[in-house]
Design a protein around this ligand. Structure first.
Ligand SMILES: Nc1ncnc2c1ncn2[C@@H]1O[C@H](COP(=O)(O)OP(=O)(O)OP(=O)(O)O)[C@@H](O)[C@H]1O
Ligand SMILES: [Mg+2]
Length: 339
């Protein structure tokens, strides 16, 4: 077992980071145009660390990996409010050749995502080179998708989940109502969560936010119900997929509406979304009984909402702003991982 340790870097770590950056980028095959990483100096790295920060990975106490951090506003991918998203930008992602294939990069990426979540950012971005397919595959495996390309420069991004507490049914409805503000025709929302988790309650909030007609209730006797808009917006299609074989059948539903023209909300069990392609919001509702009280009545019924935006549709959508989600409570200490 090796001792692998990743922590946020201090300005005094600049020399260690520059050593790793030079060793890693110096070992790359020559690229045209060449990268600029070898021009980094202790001074330039120290300035970057003082401004926004960085990560230093150590293996058995030796510098093994480095990342410089920056914070940037969203780039325009066709969304209407890209400036409302804010991203952690990873620069100079480096693993010393001596410490390759030991999980150093993976541990650093995990730590970077924790930093982004703790700072209340929407996601993580970086640029990679098209000539390095193994590098692109590394990011692809970790959920990073290509969002743009200029020549051989590939822009990659990963949205982070948004997590909220919903202590009461009214909070759950409120999440739905706020979510409705960004929903538009053609959108698909998947609600996963155990029996009674609050899926229908959240859908009621979406219905209220969209101003649709009819009471949103558990679709017990029908698989799907169409709620037309009262304000010339999209209709809400509310589906109970427990009774469907899977989402492959969604298109086969005999609805009085085309899914391209409606907001479709599907209640279902966990795991059914796996293997599904395309844009969607995956909403996972979970319930845990807190150990706050000694008696059953005293015990808190904790409900959490986790929203995972999937696909380019959601890249620029400022979910945190819309949902009023702040940074995570309590910035975590240094992450430690071991191979
Ligand atoms: N955040 C919450 N806190 C406390 N109670 C809640 C919360 N959200 C919903 N409830 C209550 O939990 C009960 C079940 O909610 P709901 O019917 O929305 O769950 P569901 O996930 O749709 O259930 P099913 O699996 O039967 O479809 C309702 O009485 C609702 O008022
Ligand atoms: Mg329900």
């Amino acid at each position: 077992m090796i001792d692998l340790h990743v922590a946020e870097a201090k300005p005094t770590d600049a020399a260690a980071l520059v050593g790793v950056i030079h060793a890693a980028f110096g070992a790359r095959p020559p690229l045209n145009p060449p990268g600029t990483a070898l021009q980094e100096t202790t001074e330039s790295v120290e300035a970057a660390l003082s401004a926004v920060g960085g990560l230093l990975a150590q293996v058995d106490g030796e510098p093994a990996g480095a990342i410089l951090l920056a914070e940037i506003d969203g780039a325009d991918h066709g969304g209407s409010t890209p400036e409302l998203t804010r991203w952690l930008d990873l620069r100079r992602v480096s693993v010393h050749p001596k410490f390759q294939n030991r999980g150093v990069a993976t541990a650093m990426v995990g730590c970077a995502e924790e930093v982004a979540a703790a700072r209340g950012l929407d996601g993580v971005r970086l640029v990679a080179r098209a000539e390095l397919p193994a590098t692109l595959a590394f990011w692809g495996h970790r959920g990073y998708v290509e969002v743009g390309r200029e020549g051989t420069t590939v822009h990659l991004a990963k949205r982070l989940p948004v997590e909220l507490d919903a202590p009461a049914a009214q909070d759950m409805r409120d999440v739905g109502r706020r979510l409705a503000a960004v929903l538009r025709a053609g959108d698909l929302v998947l609600l996963a969560g155990e029996l009674g988790a609050g899926k229908t309650t959240l859908t009621q909030g979406i219905g209220a936010g969209l101003s649709v007609r009819g009471q949103v209730t558990s679709p017990t006797f029908v698989i799907a119900r169409v709620h037309p808009s009262t304000v010339q917006g999209p209709a809400l299609v509310h589906v109970d997929a427990y009774r469907l074989g899977g989402v492959a059948e969604l298109d086969d539903l005999d609805l009085d509406a085309s899914l391209d023209e409606t907001v479709t909300v599907v209640e279902w069990g966990e795991g059914l979304a796996e293997g599904l392609a395309g844009d969607r919001l995956e909403v996972v509702l979970s319930r845990s009984v807190g150990a706050a009280g000694a008696t059953a009545e005293d015990q808190e019924d904790l409900r959490q909402v986790r929203i995972v935006p999937v696909g380019p549709r959601w890249l620029d959508v400022p979910l945190r702003v819309v949902l009023g989600a702040g940074p995570e409570e309590g910035v975590r200490g240094p992450a430690v991982a071991a191979d």
